[in-house]
Design a binder for this molecule. Structure first.
Ligand code: C2O
Ligand code: CU
Ligand code: CU
Length: 587
């Protein structure tokens, strides 16, 4: 395996087979990375901050030499404005759909949740990573059209309520409408949402203009500047006539950071805090800084190392120095400190080296995956400014461990490939009883009780890594175990699959140091059972108890739209439920 893979990464998915579009040639590093604006409240509701956020279609200049691109943006901005909140202070947000009647991108009406009777332009905003009531979660069927004229089957309210009783972190909001999430997000519907606690200020981290959110995305453009997205299957007189060769993933050929293509960021020779988000549809990022000669366009020695201080759901206990590359799967966030003080006057390239499918070696198989080695440039200015008073504290936060001995349930959840009624590949999540996978519509199979702890075994039987995301909770990663996929799949197909422990071929490998904090999305690698542990409710002064239905799914947006998504339900506690001692420990 290459240095990039470090033995810790599986395979990234293969490219959409019919993408042969390439973007117009654009000069790199000409535009400065913009900073998303910060949203101001529109007033108060029940004594709390109240925001209204309007989704609109606008034209935006994504590169100096590219004609303006028509995008969809929250408040008419791509990426959307950042919502800044305080931990412990709840807020209200009314998400409004003021998009045009017609979709910006080709809708595939054969996908679940779409069709001739369903409006093409529908949206619902999900706050990713939020510990939130189900009515405000923004689930896939809670969509609505312009002015709420039509609403989806699980639509409940126009104004969402966010409790903010979870650790300080970077959440992000994005569209989640069933069957078209990949298109709505690709069109531009995503933005940051920060929760900040008092404790965070005391840490003396770089702040103000030295704290910068960075959302990494990939896009492909047509010559006229419009967004390219491959169209779905042809329709022949209303009958779907799909092309079975279409593999549901999309990779763009252009790096777009905070809405600018191939940008540069001018920095001072000091420490910065970057709130990073992998916000592409399918792409994994695997990042490292190198010294770069702009004249000759050559990559030199490694640049400054990155120090990770936070993951998806909050601060890590201690800073983790990323010794090689920082892996960001779709929807992952990383809170990163970079110290540029030793690099005065230099250019640094943020280099991406995600391994290609099957080989595990970056760039070896360019036909299978569209590599995107260059992400952005950092330009370190000469001369220091004022003294850099920020620091990287030795201890950041307490991350209370969810104890596996308290788990009342361990669920075996295979990730499998299937075919849909048109013989196209679809991706499914299954259970021990239904190891060949269940559709989004099948009855709920995962139903933890509020206030209990469960272990979920993500059994990846496919050849790709799937970034699996649970709504509502922040979980912890126990690790992963290799298992005999061929035997498991053979038994699965013959209908006689046994307990997963029968197939495991090795011990539990602990998670990487930067995955030992709060996570809401985790890369489940092929050939491994990835174990996560979640507590569904209040936990040591963090989070709140919520009951109701939430989705869990693969965060490759194309997979999510191809059925790799299931509902789960947090059940209320009943009188007489005895949660301790729990049955697993008793055994
Ligand atoms: Cu970021 Cu259900 O999603
Ligand atoms: Cu989410
Ligand atoms: Cu997937």
């Amino acid at each position: 395996l290459s240095e990039a893979s470090n033995g810790a990464i599986g395979n990234v998915p293969t490219q959409v087979a019919d993408v042969n579009q390439t973007s117009p040639e654009l000069e790199k590093w000409v535009d400065e990375v913009p900073r998303p604006s910060v949203l101001k409240p529109d007033g108060r509701k029940k004594g709390k901050s109240y925001y209204e956020v309007d989704m609109r279609q606008v034209e935006q200049q994504l590169h100096r030499d590219l004609p303006p691109t028509t995008v969809w943006g929250y408040e008419g901005q791509y990426p959307g404005p950042t919502i800044e909140t305080k931990r412990g202070e709840d807020v209200y947000v009314k998400w409004k759909n003021n998009l045009p009647e017609e979709h910006l991108l080709p809708v595939d009406e054969t996908l679940h949740g779409t069709g001739p009777d369903v409006p093409d332009v529908r949206t619902v905003t999900h706050l990713h990573g939020a510990n939130v009531e189900p009515e405000s979660d923004g689930g896939p069927e809670a969509w609505f059209t312009q002015n709420f004229e039509e609403v989806g089957p699980t639509f409940e309210k126009k104004t969402y309520w966010y409790a903010n009783e979870q650790p300080s972190t970077s959440l992000w909001y994005h569209d989640h409408a069933l069957g078209i999430t990949r298109l709505n997000v690709y069109a531009g519907l995503a933005g940051f949402y920060f929760i900040r606690g008092k404790h965070e200020r005391a840490l003396d981290l770089p702040d103000g203009k030295y704290e910068i959110p960075l959302v990494f995305q990939d896009r492909t453009f047509n010559d006229d500047g419009s967004l390219f997205y491959p169209s779905g299957p042809d329709e022949d007189e209303g009958e779907p006539n799909p092309d079975p060769s279409v593999v549901p993933e999309f990779f763009g050929d252009t790096s777009v950071v905070n809405g600018k293509a191939w940008p540069r960021l001018t920095v001072k020779p000091r420490k910065y805090r970057f709130r990073m988000l992998a916000g592409g549809n399918s792409r994994f990022f695997n990042l490292k800084l190198f010294q770069y000669d702009e004249e000759t366009q050559t990559i030199g020695d490694p640049g400054p190392t990155m120090t990770q201080i936070g993951s998806d759901g909050g601060f890590l206990e201690k800073p983790v120095e990323i010794s090689d590359r920082l892996l960001l799967g779709p929807a992952f966030r990383a809170d990163i400190i970079i110290d540029f003080s030793e690099y005065e006057g230099q250019s640094l390239l943020l280099h991406n080296n995600a391994p290609s499918p099957f080989s595990g070696v970056a760039g070896e198989d360019p036909d299978d995956v569209q590599p995107l080695p260059e992400i952005m440039l950092f330009d370190v200015q000469e001369k220091g400014c004022k003294r850099d008073k920020s620091c990287i504290p030795k201890r950041l936060a307490r991350v209370p461990e969810i104890n596996p001995d308290n788990a009342v349930e361990e669920r075996e959840l295979p990730l499998v490939e299937g075919v849909d009624e048109y013989d196209r590949l679809k991706l499914l999540l299954g259970t021990r009883e239904s190891p060949n996978g269940l559709n989004w519509d099948a009855p709920i199979t995962e139903d933890p009780k509020v206030g209990t702890t469960e272990i979920w075994d993500l059994i990846n039987t496919t050849v790709d890594t799937h970034p699996i995301h649970l709504h509502l909770v922040q979980f912890q990663v126990l690790g992963r175990r290799p298992f005999n996929v061929d035997q498991y799949n053979a038994d699965r197909e013959s209908g006689s699959v046994g307990p997963i422990s029968d197939y495991c071929t090795g011990e539990l490998e602990p998670p990487a140091a930067n995955n030992r904090g709060w996570k809401d999305t985790i890369d489940a690698d092929p050939g491994y059972v990835t174990q996560v542990i979640a507590h569904f409710g209040k936990f040591k002064g963090l989070f709140k108890d919520f009951t109701g239905e939430y989705p869990w799914h693969c965060h490759i947006l194309e997979h999510e739209d191809h059925e790799m998504m299931r509902p789960y339900e947090v059940l209320p506690r009943e009188d007489g439920d005895n949660l301790f001692p729990n049955p697993l420990v008793a055994k």
